[in-house]
Design a protein around this ligand. Structure first.
Ligand SMILES: NC(=O)c1ccc[n+]([C@@H]2O[C@H](COP(=O)([O-])OP(=O)(O)OC[C@H]3O[C@@H](n4cnc5c(N)ncnc54)[C@H](OP(=O)(O)O)[C@@H]3O)[C@@H](O)[C@H]2O)c1
Length: 149
């Protein structure tokens, strides 16, 4: 049986090397667990303060506390359901307006465990919102902010 790669192995040093020299706050979506939490950890250890976004406030707070203790960096947490248009719009507004933000790790996402054919139609719509619409809107906000500066 094919095994899923461990999240840590998916966060490559080459990927992180592109941020060399970037000053300002990285925003990591889907930071409460998995690949997003690994990005948060690696970025904090490189000296970055962070803005961490996901739905589970307790898991975000636990990660932020651990990173603050272990690295001395500060980590703000922001609870948001990125399948909800109003919450996405609020985050996009923050990305566009907050000039301390310098990097967007557009990581939050979901899969369809049983496959597409047996998936509930509402779950498919949530997947498209979370994996396609939201990252595109957040990227748009980031590009608008970065090109204005
Ligand atoms: N792991 C792999 O092998 C692999 C390989 C290739 C691609 N991917 C993709 O990469 C992405 C992350 O993978 P992962 O393994 O780290 O997944 P994961 O462990 O399930 O983590 C997903 C993250 O997204 C957040 N999230 C889920 N739904 C959300 C929502 N509606 N609003 C806001 N945040 C939400 C979760 O936090 P909350 O539950 O707290 O909201 C969690 O922090 C997924 O799209 C996955 O399909 C994964």
């Amino acid at each position: 049986m094919k095994r899923a790669p461990v999240a840590g192995a998916l966060v490559k040093e080459e990927t992180l090397s592109v941020i060399e020299g970037i000053q300002g706050l990285p925003l990591v979506t889907g930071a409460s667990t998995g690949i997003g939490a690994i990005y948060a950890d690696r970025l904090a250890r490189r000296g970055y303060d962070l803005l961490l976004v996901a739905r589970d406030g307790a898991r975000l707070a636990a990660l932020a506390g651990k990173l603050e203790r272990e690295t001395g960096r500060s980590a703000e947490i922001l609870r948001a359901d990125l399948t909800h248009g109003a919450e996405v719009a609020e985050l996009a507004h923050r990305i566009e307006a907050d000039e301390s933000l310098a990097l967007l790790v557009n990581n939050a996402g979901m899969g369809l465990p049983g496959g597409l054919a047996s998936a509930d139609a509402d779950d498919v719509a949530r997947l498209v919102a979370l994996n396609v619409v939201t990252p595109t809107l957040l990227a748009r906000a980031a590009v608008r902010s970065l090109t204005r500066r």
